[in-house]
Design a protein around this ligand. Structure first.
Ligand code: NI
Length: 176
C-alpha cells in the first residue's frame, strides 16, 4: 500500500472527466487500497481517483464515526435524486482549509460495482448522500467550490494562491 499525493485546486487535472473502469482487476483493487489509505491518513471521509491523478471512475468513502466502514464505488451512477434538497457545509482534501455551504439533493439512489466487479445498489441520505454527490462531481471534473458564486470562487482562488506561494517559499528554505 502507498499514500498517494492529492492534487490541489486549482490544478487543471482536477477538471479531467474520468473514464469508466473497463475491468475490475488487481490493478483497480490496488488503487482502491491506496486511495483508502490516503483518505484515512488525510483524514477525510471521501476520495475520488481524480484527486490522485487517476482518471478512472473509482471512489472510496467512509462516513462512519469509527472510520471502519469503507464503501468502494466503481463506475457509480446516481439513478434518482430527491426533489428535496439540503444545504451542507462541505470541505475537500483538494481545497485545503476552505469550507462552504453547498445545496444538493438530500437523498439519492446509487448503483455501482464493488471491488469484485459485482453490481449493487443503495439509497443514501444525510452525510453519505452529500459525499456520494461530491465525489461523483470529482469524477466529472467538478470541484465543490464551483457550486459557489463567482465572487466566492474568486476570493477562494486568491486565498489559495497566496497559501500555495507561501508554502513554496517554506519548501525552498527547507531545500537550501
Ligand atoms: Ni472533494
Amino acid at each position: 500500500m502507498a499514500l498517494l499525493p492529492i492534487l490541489q485546486y486549482p490544478d487543471e487535472r482536477l477538471h479531467t472527466v474520468a473514464k469508466p473502469v473497463a475491468q475490475v482487476d488487481d490493478r483497480i483493487r490496488r488503487l482502491v487500497k491506496d486511495m483508502a489509505e490516503t483518505m484515512y491518513e488525510a483524514p477525510g471521509v471521501g476520495l475520488a481517483a481524480t484527486q490522485v491523478d487517476v482518471h478512472e471512475r473509482v471512489i472510496v468513502i467512509d462516513v462512519s464515526e469509527q472510520g471502519d466502514d469503507l464503501l468502494v464505488l466503481i463506475n457509480p451512477e446516481i439513478t434518482w435524486y430527491s426533489e428535496e434538497t439540503k444545504v451542507y457545509e462541505e470541505g475537500c482534501l483538494s481545497v485545503s482549509g476552505i469550507y462552504d455551504k453547498v445545496e444538493r439533493a438530500s437523498e439519492v439512489k446509487v448503483t455501482a460495482l464493488n471491488e469484485k466487479g459485482e453490481r449493487f445498489e443503495f439509497d443514501a441520505d444525510g452525510l453519505l448522500a452529500v459525499c456520494v454527490q461530491h465525489e461523483i462531481d470529482h469524477l466529472d471534473g467538478k470541484v465543490f467550490v464551483e457550486h459557489l458564486s463567482m465572487l466566492k470562487q474568486t476570493r477562494i482562488l486568491t486565498r489559495l494562491r497566496k497559501q500555495q506561494r507561501e508554502t513554496k517559499k517554506v519548501d525552498a528554505k527547507v531545500t537550501v
